[in-house]
Design a binder for this molecule. Structure first.
Ligand SMILES: Cc1cc2nc3c(=O)[nH]c(=O)nc-3n(C[C@H](O)[C@H](O)[C@H](O)COP(=O)(O)OP(=O)(O)OC[C@H]3O[C@@H](n4cnc5c(N)ncnc54)[C@H](O)[C@@H]3O)c2cc1C
Length: 333
């Protein structure tokens, strides 16, 4: 095994199904490994998850450390943290990235604490400082009004969590070759303090992060009924409904629809912002959308600065016209 700096991605999986954020991170980590002249490696923990390790190679990992053990059959903080901390102590990675998911956030804090290193949550940018070779971790700070560059110069690994959809999905190449290194967990079921008594899957009705079309509404809707119109348009376009924080706080729609710094980060093909002013805290969650269309009565609204297509007008005139046009296009009058 070589001594090149190791750039690691923790691959999150549930019942053998990897979370897409792990592959997005492998794409970004590959760039970091190139800039560091290092190696891109993945860490997979679970039970019966060799296929996930092979997928990590298809998404760019040169080597995968795999701990496959019945104790890891489902996520629990203690054994997962134990496994990753052990691997870090043995292989001393320079960088360790995890998804800013519920699982990733829970795990990252425990790993960082055990290894006595720093952790930057929810980063929006990652790059290698060409001189010091340290990782520059960028994230919004002070309510999103500034972007802070955070360094961890004295401790290793340099750790970050990254939200789904912050970085693009890299191409998958199943013919890519890599090495799978099997490691032992070294922890028995008796030593795990938490047992699962039941599993109730979350009712996932909204899948904003991976939606291809999002029709989003803000205070310009004037009231919760306005969302009926947006729901109809979203349904016709096969998309999801998003929202600004202002309307979530007002109770017009539930939090799981919120886009932005304290909501979801999204990257759809089309993001339609209806009656949303485009505050920085909203923009950080949607500015990487492929095409942004804004409808707003105020021609000075900041959303127009990042919109590819801007319609200055009343959404109650524009959206019904759009619905009619889509229906006509689809052939049902
Ligand atoms: C720490 C912190 C975190 C935050 N996190 C988030 C976050 O995650 N997501 C988020 O969205 N915000 C967040 N915010 C709040 C953010 O600063 C804004 O207050 C919020 O995004 C504004 O929501 P809005 O655009 O719906 O409302 P407004 O800013 O009130 O904008 C309404 C817009 O609708 C337009 N309009 C009115 N009537 C019509 C009509 N009939 N047709 C068309 N347009 C019309 C108006 O011209 C206006 O531009 C955060 C703030 C802080 C301090």
């Amino acid at each position: 095994m070589n001594d090149k700096p190791r750039v690691w991605v923790f691959v999150e999986q549930e019942e053998g199904q990897a979370h897409l954020v792990s592959w997005e991170l492998l794409g970004k980590a590959g760039e970091l490994a190139r800039d560091l002249e290092g190696v891109l490696e993945a860490v997979v923990l679970g039970h019966g998850v060799e296929e996930v390790a092979r997928e990590a190679i298809a998404y760019g990992a040169e080597r995968v450390y795999l701990i496959d053990d019945p104790v890891l059959a489902y996520y629990r903080n203690q054994p997962y943290a134990h496994g990753v901390v052990q691997l870090c102590r043995k292989y001393r990675p320079e960088i360790l990235l995890l998804g800013a998911t519920t699982l990733g956030r829970d795990l990252a804090g425990s790993i960082a604490t055990s290894l006595e290193t720093g952790l930057t949550a929810d980063v929006t940018g990652l790059e290698i400082d060409p001189e010091s070779k340290n990782l520059i971790m960028t994230r919004p700070a002070f309510g999103g009004n500034i972007m802070a560059s955070i360094l961890c110069p004295d401790h290793r690994p340099q750790m970050s969590t990254v939200r789904p959809r912050t970085f693009p999905l890299p191409p998958r190449d199943p013919s890519r070759q890599g090495e799978i290194v099997r490691e032992e967990l070294g922890l028995s079921e008796d030593e795990v303090r938490v047992k699962r008594v039941d599993f109730i899957p979350k009712d996932r009705t909204v899948n904003l992060e991976y939606a291809e079309v999002i029709v989003s509404g803000g205070r310009g809707l004037g009231g919760p009924e306005g969302f009926d119109l947006l729901r109809e348009l979203a349904r016709l376009l096969g998309g999801e409904v998003g929202a600004s924080r202002a309307v979530v706080d007002a109770g017009w729609i539930s939090y799981e629809h919120q886009v932005g710094q304290t909501g979801k980060t999204v990257r759809p093909k089309v993001y339609l912002a209806c009656g949303i002013s485009g505050a920085i805290q909203h923009r950080v969650g949607m500015q990487n959308s492929d095409v942004i269309i804004a409808i707003n009565t105020d021609p000075e609204a900041p959303i127009f600065r990042i919109a590819d297509l801007g319609i200055v007008g009343d959404l109650y005139q524009v959206i019904p016209a759009l619905i009619e046009a889509v229906k006509r296009e689809k052939g049902h009058e």
